[in-house]
Design a protein around this ligand. Structure first.
Ligand code: NAP
Length: 623
């Protein structure tokens, strides 16, 4: 409701200011503000208003709740009996664990004792002892839990799951609306806990890739509910940065650093069907730090050709100003180039689009019984197709951009070691190009890197820390690395780091790609590392050099006895690359090797692999 001088105690100038400010506040900011105002001493609140705190149209002031940082808040929450909460996270790329730790810190600041731990480290038998459970979990692939959530997810959905009548809980689900099973793992946990008798004290929140706002609102709701005081949810002032802020650097997902391109090479030889860029970027002056296993987030730009095709198709004026955020705007061409996602369609976008153009056909495509048709449409269509297929002619640029998603950053596994090349970060990126529906299609970021990025240019980047893909702490631990295609990127980082730090543990790399002569990424570097003893063994699978395809898992099975011995002697296993096919097949090969060489039943082999995962001796960076 818009404020005016007759429905509020404010004069015209004040209502104008408030009407400008309030609609733009997110839920978290609103809760913070209300807590802040109610915690101000009454005399201060009433100052200058000419009314006492208990008079006039405003409700009488309650004693200040624990809602502001500092002494008054602390004093108020101190007087309450301490409460307890357990924050469990399941996280593949590090977002979930980062959010869970920030949540625990906020709870601690409010005198709620908060334990935070990975689902892999949580003993499910302790579930019945908990009062309050907060789950922060991401979803991968076809609605699967992240690796460190698999065992807990299985337990909770199995026969041994206990009744949880006394438990209160809430779930924060992380996901990506461009995937069919958006936030599925979070939904699973939410539903299952309810089935087991637990009571949901705050609604589940489902976050898209741009999670800051939704996650912030959920945190506000749960911290408020757990600390028992309205507005008690804001972070201490020193921690009021966006949730995605980097703990060390000023630069983060919400404030990317413009990294200068130092090198941009094609790693594939002449005649290859593939193009793989090796990029070297400078982090000098950014304060950004990373470790092997971390990823680099890159904000890409859409292809100008596609932007122009969309504008021409719709007869729009490229210079028309359109909103790009709550307070920002830009010329249409610029907005489509830098700001909006135009190559990927999502179900929510189609739902909004159906309403916008009043298309029953499009609405039917998003209905529950059309899942297969929807999957097919989303799989090979982009915004230009949508505009052409469903009668958007005549719709304004403001209407259409109003339903688009913000262009999300791309994450690439870092291929360099900060020890070996300080202030630099290297990436290994496959260029994605294909034709579909009579048009050329481009991978947004990879084609920008291949066609429109030269040394001296810069890219907006941030570091995505990934605690779930890390070298063993003990440098003597043997490592087995499986990384076909660009999945080999982090293993270049691992070996560069181990060389630089003089780690003595043995290492074994499985690499695969299409052809030996043109696609052997970083061939000379592996050879040098083998010669210098940094890399102990390497097995390669070039899939298209022989009549029958040979993949990395075939090489693993050929070496099953030796591989089993390495694992039995404590080696840590790492898999990076394609999730859908490769990682799945490699996982099965691993179970086969353990069953065959260790004399285990298939069930025991699966349990062995789960245990490796729990012990962080089997880590995957797959998508
Ligand atoms: P790719 O398409 O995975 O191809 C690499 C090799 O793997 C080819 O020889 C391919 O053979 C083979 N292959 C195909 N199916 C396989 C299977 N089921 N099991 C084992 N090997 C199989 O290579 P890419 O284009 O570099 O893609 C790598 C994947 O890793 C992408 O999905 C990418 O998103 C992901 N990824 C990249 C990074 C990064 O930062 N660079 C990090 C993590 C994940 P054929 O082509 O002959 O079938």
């Amino acid at each position: 409701m818009e404020l005016n001088a007759t429905n509020s105690p404010f004069n015209e100038q004040q209502t104008e200011l408030l009407n400008r400010l309030l609609p733009g506040l997110n839920g978290y900011q609103r809760v913070w503000l209300s807590g802040y105002l109610s915690a101000l001493p009454a005399s201060e609140t009433a100052q200058g208003s000419g009314i006492s705190a208990s008079a006039g149209s405003a409700p009488a002031a309650e004693p200040a709740p624990a809602s502001v940082p500092g002494a008054s808040a602390a004093a108020a929450v101190q007087s309450e009996a301490p409460r307890e909460a357990t924050v469990l996270f399941g996280s593949q790329t590090g977002n979930g664990s980062g959010l869970a730790k920030k949540l625990a810190k906020r709870l601690e600041d409010l005198n709620v004792k908060a334990d935070v731990l990975s689902m892999a480290d949580f003993k499910p038998n302790n579930l019945k002892k908990l009062q309050n459970l907060l789950i922060v979990v991401s979803t991968h692939g076809e609605g699967d839990p992240p690796d460190n959530a698999i065992a807990f997810h299985e337990f909770l959905h199995g026969k041994r799951a206990p009744k949880l009548d006394g438990l209160r809980y809430s779930v924060l689900a992380l996901g990506d609306t461009s995937y069919e099973f958006f936030c599925q793992t979070g939904k699973d946990f939410d539903k299952r806990l309810e089935e087991l008798g637990a009571s949901r004290f705050a609604d589940r929140a489902d976050c898209d890739v741009d999670f800051d706002e939704t996650a912030g609102e959920w945190m506000a709701a749960v911290t408020e509910a757990l600390s028992g005081s309205a507005g008690a949810s804001q972070p201490a002032s020193e921690d009021s940065a966006p949730l995605s802020a980097d703990p060390v650097s000023d630069y983060s997902r919400s404030n990317p650093f413009r990294a200068e391109v130092l090198e941009n090479l094609n790693l594939n030889g002449r005649g290859s069907a593939r193009e793989t860029r090796h990029l070297e970027l400078s982090l000098e002056g950014s304060g950004l730090t990373y470790e092997p296993g971390d990823s680099l987030g890159v904000y890409p730009e859409n292809h100008p050709r596609l932007v122009d095709e969309i504008i021409a198709e719709m007869d729009w004026n490229p210079d028309e100003i359109v909103p790009t955020g709550k307070y920002d705007s830009a010329a249409l061409r610029e907005a489509l180039h830098y700001y909006y996602e135009i190559t990927v369609l999502t179900k929510p976008l189609l739902e909004h689009a159906a309403k916008l153009v009043g298309s029953e056909e499009l609405a039917a495509l998003t209905a529950p019984d059309s899942a297969e048709k929807l999957r097919a449409y989303l799989g090979d269509h982009d915004l230009l197709d949508l505009l052409r297929d469903y009668g958007f002619k005549g719709r304004s640029a403001i209407e259409v951009t109003g339903i688009l998603r913000k262009l999300p950053p791309r994450l690439y596994s870092i291929a360099s070691s900060p020890q070996a090349t300080p202030d630099e970060v290297h990436l290994t990126v496959r260029t994605v190009r294909y034709a579909c529906g009579g048009r050329d299609r481009y991978g947004v970021c990879s084609v920008q890197m291949a066609e429109r990025l030269e040394p001296g240019d810069s890219l907006p980047v941030f570091v995505q820390h990934n605690p779930n893909f890390k070298l063993p702490e003990n440098p003597d631990t043997p490592i087995i690395m499986i990384g076909p295609g660009t999945g080999v990127a982090p293993f270049r980082s691992f070996l560069a780091e181990r060389e630089e730090t003089g780690a003595e543990g043995k290492s074994w790399l499985f690499f695969g790609d299409q052809h030996f002569s043109t696609d052997f990424l970083y061939q000379t570097e592996w050879q040098r590392w083998i010669k210098d003893g940094v890399l102990t063994k390497m097995d390669v699978a070039f899939s298209r050099d022989t009549e029958e395809k040979v993949y990395v898992q075939h090489r693993m099975l050929e070496k099953s006895k030796e591989l089993y011995e390495w694992i039995a002697n404590g080696a840590a296993l790492y898999v990076c690359g394609d999730e859908k096919n490769m990682a799945h097949d490699v996982h099965l090969a691993l179970e086969t090797i353990l069953a065959q060489e260790g004399g285990l039943s298939p069930e025991d082999a699966s349990e062995y692999v789960l245990n490796l995962q729990r012990e962080k001796r089997y880590q995957r960076d797959v998508y």
